[in-house]
Design a protein around this ligand. Structure first.
Ligand code: ZN
Ligand code: ZN
Length: 402
């Protein structure tokens, strides 16, 4: 059976500025070498015109229809934070934030608080209306919140107003007892968090030092956990995931892939690419499918930083792809969506794909970029088409008919 390393460069796809995209501008001799020997194409990760989130985009790349299997962002964040979820749990992304006494948001990130862990302990383990509250601090002001109990729903709106204004009240988004009950629990929890945290010694100390207090929880992105078919069950092979960001680990964990933690994998521009690619090569000795996620380009894109994005692509070429050239297996390079630096958000522009392996058909495309791959042999695919193609090459094909 064959092996594959799938490199997803988050948000790599772009639009030209002064005639060139960052991928065209970057120095990519190794990627272009694989391009000349391989096959290319482009991909609408969800469907044409639909802007992919990183979460839904990844589900599609792993071969899962995002419209049928997306459980809501909170679930991936909780799994990525290492919380073991149970069927029926409702999970949220959550910020520790600063509000004034009228509950107007002063800072959604509580001054990017560093010691969020101790504050979170005050609330973790609470019970509201018979529902257990699980709260885990992840990085800085970010935490993951899980409600565990009977009759819960994720069809509720956010408390986080996403800007510096009065906090929102969570509302039921469907006319069910479960949705109303869950919104009610969330509103009570937010109220309680303010009561508990506003006079907390850590916050008193922070205020004395002139820092913003972390005096409220702002949940958002409710998701409901249901168990789904794992990659092994659905596709037949073992998969591993190497990523810095919790979200990507969360998606992979949701699909039953093994998470390989790498020191120095930060999910930022300063990530340790050498360590990540070494871990990927090692993983490929054991797993048929190794997923290597690199986040930095998306961060640079959201900041509108063309140069930083192009430099990151050049680094990926030099530090990652150079080591994949002699890999005895298949290599696939793509992105989960486009994040044009000019737009600073995800867009629906298709992303380039490059697929390389000894017996892979070659096309005539010589440069790997958004414009050249339009002429590639894979044509234009959807995200969920990728996994069947990969599976066939590595020997886990699905046949229709006889
Ligand atoms: Zn993304
Ligand atoms: Zn993004």
């Amino acid at each position: 059976m064959g092996r594959i390393i799938v490199v997803v460069v988050d948000g790599m796809g772009d639009r030209p500025i002064d005639g060139k995209t960052p991928l065209q501008y970057a120095n990519t001799p190794n990627i272009d070498l694989l391009c000349r020997e391989g096959i290319t194409g482009q991909m609408n990760t969800i469907t044409p015109g639909i802007v992919p989130g990183s979460d839904t985009g990844h589900l599609a790349i792993f071969g899962y229809d995002p419209y049928k299997t997306y459980p809501g962002r909170g679930v991936f964040e909780a799994l990525g934070a290492g919380i073991k979820l149970e069927e029926g749990d409702v999970a949220f992304r959550c910020n520790l934030a600063t509000v004034d006494e009228k509950l107007n948001v002063v800072d959604r990130r509580a001054g990017r608080i560093k010691d969020g862990k101790k504050i979170v302990e005050e609330i973790d383990g609470m019970e509201i209306n018979g529902v257990e509250i699980i709260l885990k601090s992840t990085t800085e002001h970010r935490c993951s919140l899980v409600l565990r109990g009977e009759n819960l729903s994720n069809k509720i709106s956010d408390v986080d107003p996403h800007s510096e204004t009065k906090i929102w009240k969570s509302k039921a988004l469907e006319n069910t007892h479960e949705a109303r009950r869950t919104a009610d629990i969330i509103n009570k929890l937010v109220e309680e968090s303010y009561k508990i945290l506003k006079d907390h010694p850590i916050n008193k100390e922070r205020e004395k030092e002139g820092k913003l207090p972390a005096n409220i929880l702002l949940p958002r992105g409710a998701g409901k956990y249901v168990e789904i078919e794992s990659i092994k069950e659905k596709w037949g092979f073992k998969a591993s995931c190497i990523a810095g960001g919790a979200l990507y680990k969360g998606v992979a964990r949701y699909l039953g892939a093994s998470i390989i933690d790498v020191r120095g994998a930060t999910g930022r521009l300063d990530t340790n690419l050498h360590a990540k690619v070494d871990a990927a090569l090692k993983s490929a000795e054991q797993y048929e499918y190794t997923f290597l996620h690199i986040k930095g380009c998306d961060n640079a894109s959201h900041d509108g930083d063309f140069r930083a994005k192009a430099e990151m692509i050049s680094r990926i070429d030099e530090e990652v792809v150079s080591k994949l050239i002699d890999f005895d297996g298949y290599v696939l390079i793509t992105a989960d969506h486009s994040t044009p630096v000019f737009v600073k958000r995800h867009t629906s522009d298709p992303v380039p794909i490059l697929f390389h392996g000894e017996d892979v058909r070659r096309d005539s495309v010589e440069l790997f970029d958004e414009i050249s791959v339009v002429h590639g042999g894979l044509g234009t695919l959807r995200g969920i088409d990728l996994m069947p193609i990969v599976s066939d090459y590595i020997g886990y094909y699905k046949m229709y008919g006889s």
